[in-house]
Design a protein around this ligand. Structure first.
Ligand SMILES: C[S@@+](CC[C@H](N)C(=O)[O-])C[C@H]1O[C@@H](n2cnc3c(N)ncnc32)[C@H](O)[C@@H]1O
Length: 266
């Protein structure tokens, strides 16, 4: 099987499944209002994502790289899951358009439809939402759908290392973001290794000695900044470890969390 065929099987979007399927996980998440048990309780994060007043998570980066006088900002969330974690508002009356994408978009939207457009909460209630639904697009194929240089910021949270070709995904993300703007990646270090390469966890990223390293199960470690496909698009990359302010803790994996900022070449 090619990496893409393996990945398709592992998403649960096809009939054949290898390992635990991504879709099975999200079916349960949605049904249970993002609370499996006391140890795996993501319901605070769910309520935050469903709240249309939640501030945009990367507002500072967006503003610091914006053109003077810009009023409307268009951002892309790649691998958004059923409900984007982007947040929905900007301060100072600035306007924000969030576009969410995920290869399982149609499947997630069917799951949401099963609840009549509402979302179950752990207390047995329901909340209308989400504000934006995911378009069905693979990170590796963003340019099939979006124009080059068309977003003010591109983000991806805990998703790029679930793709079948994370480096190609980065090429696509850096192509659709405008020059001199940022691609923001939230990742868990060494996710493939830590998840024992189960399901979609086939890749690893790590921030080491000022370099963002990438490797797959079998294959060499690559410095992302020196990857030939990325070189002409990438101006700089920097990461900081630890969960971001405002991000709801996921518990035991927090020590592996990191947030990376990749700047598109001008
Ligand atoms: C752990 S979930 C994270 C979802 C969301 N970003 C969040 O933080 O809740 C990983 C997501 O990556 C998506 N994914 C898998 N392969 C992908 C690909 N090739 N391109 C983009 N997203 C992908 C999965 O469908 C899934 O929704």
């Amino acid at each position: 099987m090619t990496p893409r065929e393996q990945w398709l099987a592992a998403t649960g979007a096809t009939k054949a499944t290898i390992g635990p399927s991504e879709l099975k996980y999200w079916t349960r998440m949605i049904r249970d209002g993002w609370r499996f048990d006391a140890k795996h309780d993501f319901s605070a994060e769910l309520l935050k994502r469903l709240n249309y007043s939640t501030p945009f998570v990367f507002e500072e980066e967006l503003r610091s790289l914006a053109l003077a006088g810009q009023q409307l900002f268009r951002v892309l969330d790649v691998g958004s899951g059923p409900i984007s974690a982007a947040g929905w508002t900007l301060g100072g009356g600035l306007q924000l358009e969030v576009v969410a994408t995920d290869p399982l978009g149609s499947a997630y939207n069917r799951l949401l439809d099963e609840h009549d457009g509402y979302h179950p909460t752990p207390s047995g209630g329901r909340i209308v939402g989400p504000k934006v639904r995911a378009l069905t697009v693979e990170a590796e194929a963003l340019l099939d759908v979006f124009a080059r240089d068309s977003f003010d910021l591109v983000m991806s949270k805990n998703a790029i290392d679930h793709a079948y070709d994370p480096l190609l995904s980065l090429v696509q993300m850096l192509s659709v973001v405008k020059p001199r703007r940022a691609v923001m990646l939230d990742l868990y270090e060494r996710e493939g290794e830590m998840q024992k390469y189960a399901g979609l966890h086939q890749h690893n990223f790590q921030w080491r000695d000022g370099r963002l390293m990438y490797w797959a199960r079998e294959g060499p470690k690559t410095d992302v900044a020196n990857e030939p496909r990325l070189k002409e698009l990438l101006d700089s990359v920097s990461c900081r470890k630890g969960i971001l302010p405002g991000v709801v803790s996921t518990g035991s994996s927090d020590y592996r969390a990191m947030s990376c900022r990749l700047i598109r070449r001008g």
